[in-house]
Design a protein around this ligand. Structure first.
Ligand code: S3P
Length: 440
């Protein structure tokens, strides 16, 4: 692993690139493919470390998983999971471990789940508590609410899982998805009520695999329902480009003077595009061309041109649709005129790192004025000095956000632990440099 990477102020960035495959959809295609009977062919899979860990897990649960070409994978599900022979190591991936636990909970098996140092610090009860209500059993091997843990599937604890009606206090697609995947093998109708709508890739993909999923609007959110006992059948999944990854080259296009950057094939599911809406409100010259459908999702080619941005108050209700994008939003807000207020984002503190505190620390080290709040932060734009080495706590998005900032800062910006970028964006440095960035 390289010990450090540095971004230097760059002349304008220009060109057209393709974003890596969507991480959320890539995890789900592996997991549903492993649960289904028959063959699933995936195209455009993100071959990042997080998804590769999920691929190994699905194989350990009994599916045949094979790479057939670049981004092309074939999964032959056994129609259910079996007890794995070794520990399921999910690496850095919160989505991987939480969805896999949900999937595994419905089968007759026991499995031990673990992850890297960062994943071992993240809360797991948000998923184990509802799964335990359904009848799965959990044993904490080190500390309560943390990995490593052992799961005993419902079918081994005295009968099939029982459906539940679950009401979320904070919208989380990971929690919703874990419950729905367990609900597939539960008796009765499982429902999850969300206060705001979170990304719906699990619901869409379940339908593509042949399951019926109900959705009913409730206030700002929705109630998702799924009847247990529905079989999944292998299918073809085309994974579009990840808007969360496309955000980095697009951000560089917005802040490096004279730039024009296009990212092709970006997924434009409205539950994932909160950042793009926010940038447009900030005055960004951001346009979408060639809108089309791919893999059951809206997709388009997004172009960002250098823009004089102005600070905005980001609506709190938008948080779920851009929860992973606040770090890169904050980096672009550092170059805006005025103040950008990001509140109602306490969930950022339990991602791959405490992203509020690390962004505050990193931006301040680069000479940016930032205020920290328990559930948010406020960035005041102005000249960005740079000239710092930023601590990333093994968090890929903290690293990429500061490297993009460094492309337009007065002095170079370095990050420690750049190896983690490969969890979501393999080839990030090469792609940015192809556009004219100077990262090395
Ligand atoms: C994800 C959901 C989000 C997001 C994560 C991916 C998913 O987490 O931060 O990177 O694929 O379901 P939460 O659902 O916990 O907010």
């Amino acid at each position: 692993m390289t010990s450090r990477l540095t971004a230097h102020r760059s002349a304008s960035l220009a060109g057209t690139v393709r974003a890596p495959g969507d991480k959320s959809m890539s995890h789900r295609s592996m997991i549903l493919g492993g649960m289904a009977a028959g063959v699933t062919e995936v195209e455009g899979l993100l071959e990042g470390d997080d998804v590769l860990a999920t691929a190994r897990a699905v194989q350990a649960f009994g599916a045949k998983v094979q790479r057939t070409g670049e981004g092309r994978w074939r999964i032959e599900g056994a129609g259910g999971f079996e007890t794995p022979l070794s520990v399921i190591d999910c690496g850095n991936a919160g989505t991987g471990v939480r969805l896999l636990m949900g999937a595994a909970a419905g089968y007759s098996l026991t499995a031990t789940f673990d992850g890297d140092g960062s994943l071992r610090k993240r809360p797991m009860k948000r998923v184990t508590a509802p799964l335990a209500q359904m009848g799965a059993r959990f044993g904490w091997l080190a500390a309560e609410d943390r990995l490593p843990l052992t799961l005993t599937g419902g079918a081994l604890t005295g009968g099939a899982l029982k459906a539940i009606d679950y009401v979320q206090t904070v919208a989380s697609a990971q929690v919703k998805s874990a419950i729905l995947l367990a609900g597939l093998n539960a008796e009765g109708v499982t429902s999850v009520l969300e206060p705001e709508k979170s990304r719906d890739h699990t619901e869409r993909m379940l339908r593509a695999f042949g399951a019926e999923v109900g959705v009913e609007a409730v206030g700002e959110g929705w109630k998702v329902t799924l009847k247990g006992g529905q079989p999944l059948t292998g299918t073809f999944v085309a994974v579009p480009g990840d808007p969360s990854s496309a955000a980095f080259p697009l951000a560089a296009g917005l802040i490096a003077p004279g730039s024009e950057v296009t990212v092709e094939g970006v997924m434009l599911n409205p539950l994932r595009t909160g950042l793009f809406d926010t940038w447009v409100e900030m005055g960004a010259d951001l346009t979408v061309a060639n809108r089309r459908q791919a893999g059951g999702e809206d997709v388009g080619d997004v172009t960002a041109r250098f823009s004089r941005l102005k600070g905005v108050v980001v609506p709190e209700a938008r948080a779920a649709s851009m929860i992973d994008e606040y770090p890169i939003l904050a980096a672009t807000a550092a170059f805006a005129d005025g103040v950008t207020v990001m509140r109602g984002v306490g969930e950022m503190r339990v991602k791959e790192s405490d992203r509020i505190s690390l962004m505050v620390e990193g931006l301040r080290a680069c000479g940016v004025q930032v205020e920290e709040e328990p559930e948010g932060f406020i960035v005041t734009g102005g000249p960005v000095k740079g000239g710092a080495t930023v601590h990333t706590a093994h968090d890929h998005r903290i690293a990429m956000s500061h490297l993009v900032l460094g492309l337009a800062a007065d002095q170079p910006v370095s990050v420690d632990e750049p190896g983690m970028i490969a969890t979501s964006f393999p080839g990030f440095v090469e792609l940015m440099n192809r556009l004219g960035g100077r990262i090395g």
